[in-house]
Design a protein. Structure first.
Length: 452
């Protein structure tokens, strides 16, 4: 058994990696703003179409249904056609459907449009993570992903600050038109400046065959379940806190948006810190996820029973900050261990779990709010924290145990010793050098970071 190689957690990103991180930060930022605008518009949409809270929750859940269903196909597309191409496809198509959301004339049409919007956004996350994997070493991978994913929390701050004034002044439809235009601009930037992949062509080994091994792995589905638990909290809060503050606490939409700045800002820092911890710990997600989810569970209970708005916001901030520390550690072991040819499908599986939570949480909480009030709805989020903590303990904790669970060659990510067979070459982790075979016209397989 190979022992884990030391992780240089302070490795600096090269120019290619920095440009990739900057552009993907912008792409994720507009991705998050586009999907959160609907949460701010729900009170207005509910009034216009005379919707119950359950139906309003369904408006959000239908997006996540499509988004979840497209995670794994999106990863396969990225593995097949390349990260840049799939990223650009996604950006352009989802921007179109963001604009079309503002044209919806009925509840039924709105559901169809939001489903298509979710499908377009659904092919993006795996392509993004694949692009980062191809441009970083294992020891810096989760730190880079943490910076990119912190854009989600920044988007949670910007969405209400941008959308709320537009909704109040010009109606809910104007908000969708505005953010769609920004999305087209980001698409152009990514199309022009995201570095092309420079990895050599894959050999005759079937990536599809290897992908099926990953898709059938209970260990991989364990990581997907962990992310499901985490995202129950995230999407439950993102969907219903604006409506709760507006309807139950009598806070204006603009003021509710301002209140979101504090927890979102704290979550931004937590995601970045979680990424650095994941690199330093070389995985071992239980060391971060379990204590983070214990704290989040306590905070969620106190939030659900809070009697004042400041107390509610305080405990919400603690809950979202603590749980956000878990974001990158959930991905750490798989993305450190899988070869670049399979990071798309691997990331897609984990993200699928999280987005399935986006299907469940909004509708389940809407139904609970209709029947038992918002206290019960927010209390439901504790289920997600408990699930994430349990799976953090039962899933593989490092590269070696993960590769054994998937029955991959027993070599740590970043190992540079020769791999003699083509199947081992395919399964070699990112950062591995495959020696030239005089009978193989492909020559040496080289990572993008080595070529940069």
């Amino acid at each position: 058994m190979a022992s884990p190689s030391p992780v240089r957690s302070r490795e600096r990103l090269d120019r290619r990696a920095k440009l990739t991180v900057a552009l993907l930060f912008g792409a994720w930022l507009i991705d998050y703003v586009d999907r959160l605008v609907i949460n701010l518009a729900l009170p207005s949409i509910g009034k216009e179409f005379d919707l119950t809270r359950t139906e309003q929750g369904l408006t959000v859940s239908v997006f996540f249904l499509a988004y979840a269903l497209c995670q794994i196909p999106g990863g396969m597309l990225a593995d097949r056609f390349g990260a840049k191409r799939v990223t650009c496809w996604a950006l352009l198509i989802w921007s179109v459907f963001t604009a079309v959301t503002g044209l919806a004339g009925s509840f039924a049409i709105l559901l169809v449009v939001r489903f298509l919007f979710g499908a377009a956004e659904g092919i993006f996350p795996s392509a993004s993570m694949k692009a980062i994997t191809e441009r970083t070493t294992p020891g810096q991978r989760m730190s880079a992903n943490g910076i990119v994913q912190s854009s989600n929390a920044v988007g949670a701050v910007l969405a209400p600050l941008v959308a709320a004034p537009l909704i109040i002044q010009f109606g809910w439809r104007s908000a969708f038109f505005t953010v769609a235009a920004v999305g087209v601009f980001v698409y152009a930037a990514v199309q022009l400046w995201l570095p092309e992949t420079v990895r050599s062509a894959q050999g005759p080994v079937s990536v599809g065959t290897a992908a099926r091994v990953v898709l059938r792995s209970p260990a991989m589905w364990g990581f997907a379940g962990m992310f499901f638990g985490y995202d129950i909290i995230v999407w439950g809060l993102n969907t219903w806190v604006p409506s709760y503050l507006s309807e139950e606490r009598g806070i204006a939409l603009t003021s509710a948006g301002a209140l979101a700045v504090i927890p979102a800002g704290a979550a931004t820092a937590a995601v970045v810190i979680g990424g650095r911890l994941a690199d330093r710990l070389q995985g071992r997600q239980r060391l971060v996820v379990v204590p983070a989810m214990v704290v989040a569970s306590i905070a969620l209970v106190l939030m659900a029973t809070a009697s004042t708005t400041p107390t509610f916001v305080l405990w919400m901030t603690v809950a979202i900050t603590s749980s956000s520390l878990s974001y990158m550690p959930v991905y750490a072991v798989p993305l450190r261990s899988l070869p670049a040819e399979l990071t798309g499908v691997g990331a897609g599986m984990i993200t699928f779990g999280g987005q399935l939570a986006g299907v469940v949480a909004p509708t389940a909480m809407g139904a609970l709010a209709d029947r038992a009030g918002f206290g019960a709805a927010f209390g439901f989020l504790v289920v997600g924290a408990v699930l994430a903590a349990v799976l953090a303990v039962t899933t593989p904790q490092d590269t070696d145990s993960f590769r054994r669970a998937l029955r991959l060659p027993d070599a740590p990510a970043g190992d540079t010793h020769p791999v003699p067979t083509e199947s081992a070459a395919l399964m070699a982790p990112v950062g591995s050098a495959v020696p030239e075979d005089p009978m193989d016209p492909r020559g040496t397989v080289e990572t993008e970071s080595e070529k940069a």
